[in-house]
Ligand binder design. Structure first.
Ligand SMILES: C=CC1=C(C)c2cc3[nH]c(cc4nc(cc5[nH]c(cc1n2)c(C)c5CCC(=O)O)C(CCC(=O)O)=C4C)c(C)c3C=C
Ligand code: FES
Ligand SMILES: [Fe+2]
Length: 423
């Protein structure tokens, strides 16, 4: 995969053009056990004014890299009360459901090549982003890449222990940015990852004589909590759609239907006031605007699990309804996840495409190692580091129907100076 920062910068050209590497004296090694680098120099301000190192922590759900990891992945997923609330039965029911579901999901991972590629892509994206950040944000360099997954290795606690080992926190302070890799915020995804990060921060950071975290020497966290309409993200999606549209004959191109597909949410979560559906719709609108609304389009929702009501229309029904009505040229666009996973490689490519049985039904590529996308990640991080805000204003507001003490305390912590806004 080649990366050309100059070419990709030209695409939406809004960044500082400092191409000098501020961290040439401190280079990262090749990928390691948790997407982590070796020992960090102590946190100091050097002669150039650099305030690094800055830890850049990519948060995501993760996925099993091999079929042997499927059971543990599902067990953690079904034990997560922020994703699937099972009340007092959670610790009993979670592993039970996971055990029953494992063979079916193992087969799906086996059918897509034996595992989820999310770890490979996350480590690559984070390391490449940090290299660009070292160039465009020398004042916060060096930037160190870390990956923290919610349900698979490298888990949040592994990442946190590595941060401490690398010289951050535990009395030494230092700065870390929790960068969600879900562009659109949901309390079931980014919210859950932040709750987990907050939990391990309280468990692993050094305590004072009263048993409380010694805030002065602990890691100073800030959060990039959403980026649904960032120009670089929109550009990367638009380019992938344009590339797929070019595969249709010119006279048919304008009538190809674009079907944006996002992971659905249970209606109970939607009705609680979760911001995700509106933010996904905002991404779709921004991408269509960038494409000058060249094609007809719809947003639909996939991957619902279990018997409760979920947000629709479902992607598979949508495709079949359109195909049966004669719209046999359709491009599916996964819009809420930045790398491939079973929802794209299995559900869309194998199930939906197979059922549609039409050569005109295609899928836009996922962002994966796309240089335009990685450049966008660096610009988002750079803007965040320059602004100096602990999180977005939007993160300070809880959902209308939220009853979770965990959400409340987590938001108060990560909101930092904005914490008076959280109620
Ligand atoms: C933006 C993305 C996602 C949202 C929002 C989301 C919400 C959500 N998911 C479940 C239940 C399950 N999700 C599962 C797998 C899974 N989920 C996402 C993304 C989002 N989920 C991805 C990318 C994946 C696949 C991971 C990979 O392939 O690497 C699963 C496990 C698979 C299965 O058993 O079918 C479950 C279960 C809920 C309940 C929920 C909202 C509350
Ligand atoms: S559920 Fe959304 S803030 Fe708690
Ligand atoms: Fe999911």
């Amino acid at each position: 995969m080649s990366f050309n920062p100059i070419a990709s910068r030209r695409l939406w050209g809004n960044s500082t053009s400092v191409l000098r590497s501020a961290s040439s004296s401190w280079r990262l090694n090749t990928p390691r056990s948790c997407g982590l680098a070796t020992v960090v120099p102590p946190v100091t301000q050097d002669a150039t004014g650099a305030k690094g190192p800055t830890a850049m922590v990519f948060m995501n759900m993760g996925g099993p890299s091999t079929t042997n990891e499927v059971h543990d992945f599902l067990s953690r997923l079904f034990s997560d009360g922020d994703l699937i609330p099972l009340g007092r039965l959670q610790s009993y029911m979670g592993p039970l459901i996971a055990r029953r579901r494992t063979p079916k999901i193992q087969q799906q991972y086996s059918d897509i090549g034996g595992g989820s590629p999310i770890r490979k892509w996350s480590e690559y994206q984070c390391e490449e982003m940090c290299k660009i950040l070292d160039q465009i944000s020398p004042e916060t360099a060096p930037h160190k890449p870390y990956v923290a997954f919610r349900y698979a290795a490298p888990l949040t606690e592994t990442m946190y222990a590595q941060l401490l080992k690398d010289g951050f926190g535990n009395g030494k302070g230092g700065r870390a940015v929790a960068f969600t890799q879900y562009p659109q915020y949901s309390c079931s995804t980014t919210g859950s990852s932040l709750n987990e990060l907050w939990k391990w921060r309280n468990r692993l950071e050094g305590k004072n004589a009263d048993g409380e975290v010694d805030a002065a020497g602990a890691i100073k966290w800030s959060v990039i909590d959403r980026w649904p309409t960032h120009a670089g993200l929109v550009e990367a999606f638009a380019q992938n759609i344009e590339a797929q549209l070019k595969t249709y004959p010119e006279d048919k191109r304008d009538s190809v239907v674009l079907l944006f597909s996002a992971h659905s949410l249970p209606m109970s979560v939607v009705n609680r006031g979760d911001p995700y559906p509106a933010e996904v719709a905002a991404t779709v609108h921004a991408v269509m605007k960038r494409l000058n609304f060249s094609n007809p389009y719809r947003l639909c929702w996939q991957s619902q699990v279990g018997p409760s009501a979920w947000l629709g229309a479902q992607t598979s029904d949508t495709v079949m309804n359109y195909v049966n009505r004669g719209h046999t040229d359709l491009v599916l666009v996964p819009i809420a996840f930045t790398s491939d996973h079973i929802e794209t490689l299995y559900e869309l490519d194998l199930e939906v495409m197979h059922e549609a049985n039409s050569p005109g039904v295609k899928r836009a590529e996922s962002l994966n190692g796309n240089p335009t996308f990685i450049r966008a990640l660096a610009d988002i991080a750079h803007e965040h580091l320059q602004e100096g805000e602990s999180c977005s204003a939007q993160m300070t507001l809880r959902c209308q129907g939220c009853r979770s003490e965990r959400c409340l305390e987590q938001k108060k912590f990560f909101a930092g100076e904005r914490s008076h806004l959280v109620q």
